[in-house]
Design a protein around this ligand. Structure first.
Ligand SMILES: [Zn+2]
Length: 284
């Protein structure tokens, strides 16, 4: 499942082939993904250009020349493929079963069509929507962006005050901090030596500051790793996928804890139906 660093990597891969280009053709192979496509989706995109492609939490946000914003969410299994050529001559998508959206772009001021960008999503938890100016749609109520200055030790500490939920659940709450998922929350908790079971309200001011630093560090490292593999990966088959980052605790059940001088082993527990990996020896 794509988390913030993977979405950022996808954004970095799509920006050079979408920004400054117009949608010359938009094809939908079904009427919905997780949600129905917006009304007149094709008409509202064709002929419009994409000015910039940004990211907010796990949402890709394409600012359009019409003033609308194209929101794209990858869900559990969404991925984009970039076909450098123009529209396939026989109009047959490469994998029609799961190729749900096909954009053909054209560089402004150029006669040449292309590239073609294909959105594939076997599980269909992804979605696309169009927001008018001032509309926030499904981005409504999102907390601060973890890599921004709005997310700090003091602001996190304040958000956790009085919260009786485990710290892990609090960090997954998109209103507290936007875009974090299971993997990076567990990695940051381990690096901060805080147990995922600890109640959010019991996290001290110093620990909140450390946690904020470790969350930023974990995400930045993963984004850097994604960026460095992007070129190789995209060159291979044009797909912007997810990279198997190296994790310290995620999926490492039964292995020795990587914390220096810690003699504990990583354990796996269930919290709200999802796996948590942590070291009961150095995470308290
Ligand atoms: Zn440990």
């Amino acid at each position: 499942m794509p988390e913030l660093p993977e979405v950022e990597t996808v954004r970095a891969g799509l920006a050079p082939v979408m920004e400054g280009r117009k949608f010359t053709r938009v094809k939908l192979n079904r009427e919905d993904l997780r949600f129905p496509f917006p009304k007149s989706f094709i008409r509202r995109l064709e002929g419009k250009s994409l000015i910039s492609l940004r990211r907010r939490a796990k949402f890709l946000m394409g600012e359009l020349s019409s003033g609308e914003t194209l929101i794209m969410h990858l869900g559990m299994s969404g991925r984009f493929t970039i076909e450098t050529g123009s529209w396939p001559a026989d109009d047959t998508p490469t994998n029609p079963q799961h190729d749900h959206v096909i954009f053909t772009m054209q560089k402004l001021g150029s006669e040449k069509q292309g590239p073609t960008i294909i959105y594939n999503d076997p599980r269909r938890f992804g979605f696309m929507e169009l927001l008018g100016q001032g509309e926030s749609g499904r981005l409504k109520g999102l907390g601060p962006e973890p890599l921004s200055n709005h997310f700090s030790g003091p602001s996190l500490f304040e958000s956790l005050t009085g919260k009786k939920a485990p710290i892990k659940s609090a960090l997954l709450d998109q209103r507290i901090v936007a875009g974090l998922g299971n993997i990076y929350v567990l990695e940051a908790l381990h690096a901060s030596h805080i147990s995922p079971i600890r109640l959010a309200k019991d996290v001290t001011q110093d620990e909140a500051a450390l946690l904020t630093t470790e969350i930023k560090k974990t995400l930045e490292l993963a984004i850097k790793a994604g960026g460095s593999t992007l070129n190789d990966f995209a060159a291979a088959d044009g797909a912007l996928g997810y990279f198997q980052h190296r994790f310290q605790v995620y999926g490492k059940e039964g292995t020795a804890c990587p914390t220096p001088a810690c003699t504990g082993n990583i354990e796996r527990i269930k919290q709200s139906g999802r796996s948590s990996f942590y070291c009961p020896n150095c995470q308290i």
